[in-house]
Design a protein around this ligand. Structure first.
Ligand code: SAM
Length: 305
């Protein structure tokens, strides 16, 4: 299998039903994620070789991933930022709080947008962070209206990544920065067994396809971005799925609870529990990777007169 895929795998959701499936997944798992990870719906970040500790550590690690991406991408304090796939606002509230940014966040999930607005108000940041239920590719914001476009673990849910990079170019002002953290796959061919694991991850996590970090860079360059670079954080984030840390033990001793959840909310909710063992396998074979991508919209060329 070729890892670079703009195309969807047959068993992964795609086409017109994709956004509705993503919306349903995050509506029905909001409380599960919030109980486990707090306000962040993304991996934690550790130094390579560091082991995860207790629950406080979980939140320190997810906070750290946000700070690492701010540093890698160079998000300036006070920037006007569009958060693509904002979840319940964890990263955005860091940008709006300590970093003093003005943030607009979009998510497909109405429940997430409502919870994010509630959390912004609770944090006294309702004036600087606003969250909307909108599609990232049909967002209604004017051209060149953001200094930074921030997308943490949302791009895997978007089938048309060429359109995503074109939309990022439209939304950024010249000189504006694009910051992405994303699940990805190794560049090049995957074995049949690796393909099988990757395909299950896609299906359970409601993702149409993965691209390699290199492919993200190629797409950014093709869209006209400059200063494009990426960093592989696979070894920094893989701890997130440690069985005793990420509660994947529920698969062994929580079957009754999972059955009840599936009955009440629909079977898609179970993707929340399947992610851990599958991601551990994906990272251990090297088929799954994770990293950040940075790119800058070139400043306007001087006009000749
Ligand atoms: C794994 S969560 C990450 C949430 C958040 N960025 C964080 O780090 O806490 C993925 C998010 O991407 C959003 N998403 C996926 N596809 C989207 C699209 N086409 N438009 C807007 N949001 C999208 C989902 O609704 C969800 O909020």
């Amino acid at each position: 299998m070729k890892a670079d895929t703009g195309s969807a795998y047959p068993s992964a959701p795609a086409g017109p039903g994709l956004n509705a499936a993503v919306e349903r997944y995050y509506d029905t798992t909001l409380d599960l994620y919030e109980d486990l990870w707090g306000e962040h719906v993304h991996h934690g970040f550790w130094d390579v070789g560091e082991r995860p500790g207790n629950d406080d550590e979980r939140h320190a690690a997810t906070d750290r991933l946000v700070r690492e991406l701010v540093a890698f991408a160079g998000i300036p304090s006070g920037a006007r930022v569009l958060d693509v796939g904002c979840g319940i606002g964890g990263p955005a509230l860091y940008l709006a709080g300590p970093l003093g940014c003005e943030v607009e966040g979009v998510t497909l999930s109405a429940a997430q947008a409502a919870r994010a607005n509630e959390k912004a108000a609770e944090a006294g940041l309702g004036g600087r962070a606003h969250f909307h239920q909108r599609d990232a590719l049909d967002n209604g914001f004017p051209d060149a209206s953001f200094d930074a476009l921030w997308a943490v673990e949302s791009l895997m849910h978007i089938a048309d990544r060429t359109a995503f990079f074109a939309e990022a170019m439209r939304l950024l002002r010249p000189g504006g920065v694009l910051a992405i953290a994303t699940w990805s796959v190794r560049d090049g061919e995957l074995s049949a067994e690796e393909h099988r694991v990757v395909d299950q991850i896609l299906r359970h996590q409601v993702m149409p396809s993965f691209s390699s970090l290199e492919e993200h860079e190629r797409l950014a360059l093709a869209a006209g971005f400059a200063e494009v670079s990426s960093v592989d954080w696979s070894a920094n984030v893989a701890n997130s799925w440690e069985p005793n840390f990420a509660q994947v033990r529920e698969l062994d001793n929580g079957r009754a609870m999972m059955r009840d959840l599936a009955r009440d909310r629909g079977v898609d909710v179970l993707g929340f529990f399947y992610a851990g063992p599958l991601m551990l396998k994906g990272f251990s074979t090297g088929a799954m990777t994770y990293g950040a991508v940075r790119a800058v919209k070139p400043a306007a060329l001087p006009t000749e007169d």
